[in-house]
Ligand binder design. Structure first.
Ligand code: ASP
Length: 359
């Protein structure tokens, strides 16, 4: 990781102009705002910590120990866009670690309806909380919040739980964690073929995850989508720079047999400007019982959820359908991330080494 830099030392305009690869140095160890701020070693460390927390939490004594770790902290969950899993898993992660939580899930219930700026609203939250977990429709707003707080003298950590159609770094962490667990007995993530399907243009989870996977060796990423919903050139440029192989195609059928993981997504029509999703035929970007003999026996099927028709419910009980486990993994990796954000991971590691809770 590059040398740490301070958000309080840079003006907003200069910060905004920085390439993603340079922004991470300003967040490191404090905020989680973009997928590109993570190194592979940091991701691996979080995955290991997540598994340790999960195991410690299995027994009452362990759960009580975890609950004591951050019982002096409060988290504000500010979700200015709909959310089920990301909200609940962050909330549950806070509860595991003993943080009290407060939330605003509907801007209509905050003073924003009285004309308060989002910036002032967030500054208000930071007066009561030690951590802000936020989801916002405006891309880059979480970064703006972190920058702003560094300039108000109360720079509490900000976790980006989804911003615009661009970034969803904590989802990417849970996706990598899920892939890691799925490939545990087949050599880990390196060298695998991961097939992304659906709305890749506006799927922020895909955008964050594709980049994170470029940190692994010999990967081949497939981007399978109708032309109008294909992955952005900015992500392909990042993959080129990282030397990660990729295939851009509309042909799902050919990619299925080679896939080690298939990452399905829904059409993100909330970002339509003129109802363009309704004119896009996405019916081929679907997986169901008829495909189960074509895909590998070890293939992992993921989805950030919510799903619509792109995955048939009839495959839900197939062991390769890992999307329900993926959802639960979100709670453990977010607990790991929050613990690490407060620099208290050593205590959990020590407890794990002392008591060696079973798998
Ligand atoms: N839950 C994910 C997100 O917030 C995926 C989705 O909504 O389709 O981006």
């Amino acid at each position: 990781m590059a040398e740490e830099k301070k958000l309080s030392d840079i003006g907003w305009k200069d910060f905004k102009k920085l390439p993603l690869s340079e922004k991470g140095a300003y967040f490191h160890g404090k905020h989680t705002l973009i997928a590109q701020q993570f190194t592979r070693a940091e991701i691996e460390e979080l995955c290991m910590l997540a598994t340790r927390i999960k195991r410690i939490n299995k027994r009452r004594e362990g759960a009580n120990f975890l609950k004591g770790l951050l019982s002096d902290k409060r988290a504000m969950l500010y979700f200015a866009q709909p959310s089920s899993r990301t909200y609940l898993s962050h909330n549950a992660a806070c509860q595991i670690l003993g943080l009290d939580t407060m939330d605003v899930r509907d801007q209509k219930t905050s003073s924003e309806v009285k004309g308060e700026t989002p910036e002032d609203t967030i500054r208000t939250f930071s007066s009561y909380a030690d951590l802000i977990i936020m989801r916002h429709p405006v891309g880059g707003f979480a970064e703006r919040v972190a920058w702003m707080m560094a300039h108000t003298g109360r720079e509490i950590p900000v976790l980006n739980a989804g911003s615009g159609a661009d970034q969803h770094p904590t989802q990417a962490l849970l996706d990598v964690y899920t892939l890691r667990r799925s490939f545990e007995n087949i050599g880990g993530i390196d060298g695998k073929h991961v097939v992304f399907v659906g709305d890749l243009a506006r799927g922020r989870t895909v955008r964050s995850l594709a980049w994170m996977l470029s940190l692994y060796k010999d990967m081949t990423l497939y981007f399978i989508a109708p032309e109008s919903l294909q992955i952005g050139q900015d992500i392909l440029d990042q993959l080129d720079e990282a030397g990660t192989k990729y295939v851009v195609s509309e042909d799902f059928a050919s990619a299925m047999p080679v896939a080690d993981a298939i990452y399905m997504t829904r059409i993100q029509d909330e970002w339509d400007v003129e109802g363009e999703s309704s004119t896009t035929d996405a019916s081929d970007y679907h997986i169901g019982a008829e495909h189960m003999d074509i895909i590998k026996d070890t293939c992992a099927i993921l989805h950030p959820l919510p799903r619509r028709q792109e995955i048939s419910t009839e495959i839900d009980n197939d062991p390769r359908a890992v999307y329900w486990r993926q959802m639960r993994n979100g709670m453990w990796i977010r607990a790991a991330l929050i613990l690490k954000t407060f620099g208290r991971e050593q205590e959990a590691n020590q407890y794990y080494d002392d008591y060696k809770p079973e798998a």
